[in-house]
Design a protein around this ligand. Structure first.
Ligand code: HPA
Length: 248
C-alpha cells in the first residue's frame, strides 16, 4: 500500500520529504503535471505530485487530472490525500484554517471528467454518495486532535471552473446550495480517484474569505500570505497522520 500526496497552490514541493527518485510516467491520457517524486516523510514511503507543476504553471482548468490519477495508480498507489487551497464561504471557514471536507458539488465544465468516456465496453456509474474516504478523513481528524490542531472536520466543497475568482452572486448561490468552501481543483480529481478505486481525501486550506464575504478585496498577496500559514499546519498534519493512514 502506498500513499500519494497531491500538492496544490502553496505546496509545489513537500518540505521534509527525503527524495529517493523521480519518475516521469507516460499515460494513455497524456502527461501528468510533472514527474512523480518518491521519497520518505516521517520514515514512511510516499509519492508526491504537485498538481499545478513545479514551478506552479498549470492553471486549474488545464490540469490533466486523468493522467495524474492514472499515473499514481500505475505506480501502486492505493490512497491519496489531495491538498487544496480554497475560499471560505460559511462562518467557521476563516483564512488559515484547515478543513477536511465530507461532500462536494461540481460546478466545473469542459474538463475530462471520467475514464469511462471512450473505448468502453459498458456504461459505468460509480457510487459517489460519499465522495471522500471516511477512513482517511477520520484518521486525519483524529490525528489533528492529538497534535492540538484546530481544524473543521466537515464541510461541502464547491468546485468552480476558474481560473477567475467568483462573483459575489455566484458565492451567494453556492451558499444557498450548501457549499462551505470554494476551490477550483476538487473536481474531477475526487471522482477520478473513485473511478480507479483509490481511497481519496482532501485537506483544504482556507486562503481567503470567498468573494463578497469580507470587506477586504481578495488579492493574490493575501491568498499567498494565508496559504503559507495554513500550509505549515498542513505539513504538521501530514507528518503526524501518515503512519496512521498507512496502518491498515
Ligand atoms: N475561489 C476559488 N478558488 C480559490 C479561492 C476562491 O476564493 N481561494 C483559493 N482558491
Amino acid at each position: 500500500m502506498t500513499l500519494a500526496i497531491i500538492g496544490g497552490s502553496g505546496l509545489a514541493a513537500l518540505k521534509g520529504l527525503e527524495i529517493n527518485r523521480q519518475q516521469m510516467q507516460p499515460t494513455p491520457y497524456g502527461e501528468p503535471s510533472g514527474p512523480l517524486t518518491f521519497g520518505f516523510l516521517n520514515n514512511k514511503e510516499v509519492v508526491f505530485l504537485p498538481r499545478h507543476g513545479n514551478p506552479h504553471v498549470i492553471p486549474p482548468h488545464k490540469i490533466n487530472y486523468r493522467a495524474n490519477i492514472w499515473a499514481l495508480k500505475k505506480n501502486g498507489v492505493d490512497r491519496i490525500i489531495g491538498v487544496n487551497a480554497v475560499g471560505g464561504i460559511t462562518g467557521e471557514m476563516y483564512p488559515g484554517r484547515i478543513v477536511i471536507p465530507d461532500q462536494i458539488i461540481d460546478y466545473t465544465w469542459g474538463r475530462r471528467h471520467s475514464y469511462y468516456e471512450e473505448d468502453i465496453s459498458e456504461v459505468t456509474h460509480i457510487n459517489f454518495t460519499r465522495p471522500y474516504s471516511d477512513t482517511i478523513r477520520s484518521k486525519l481528524i483524529d490525528t489533528a486532535g492529538t497534535i492540538d490542531l484546530d481544524i473543521a472536520g466537515e464541510g461541502t466543497y464547491g468546485a468552480t471552473q476558474g481560473p477567475r475568482l467568483e462573483t459575489a452572486a455566484e458565492i451567494r448561490r453556492m451558499e444557498r446550495d450548501g457549499c462551505d468552501l470554494v476551490g477550483m481543483t476538487g473536481m474531477p480529481e475526487t471522482a477520478l480517484a473513485r473511478e480507479l478505486d483509490l481511497a481519496y481525501a482532501s485537506i483544504s486550506v482556507v486562503a481567503n474569505r470567498a468573494a463578497g464575504k469580507s470587506d477586504e478585496e481578495i488579492t493574490l498577496d493575501m491568498i499567498e500570505k494565508n496559504l503559507s500559514t495554513g500550509i505549515r499546519d498542513v505539513r504538521k498534519l501530514l507528518e503526524a497522520s501518515i503512519p496512521v493512514i498507512l496502518s491498515d
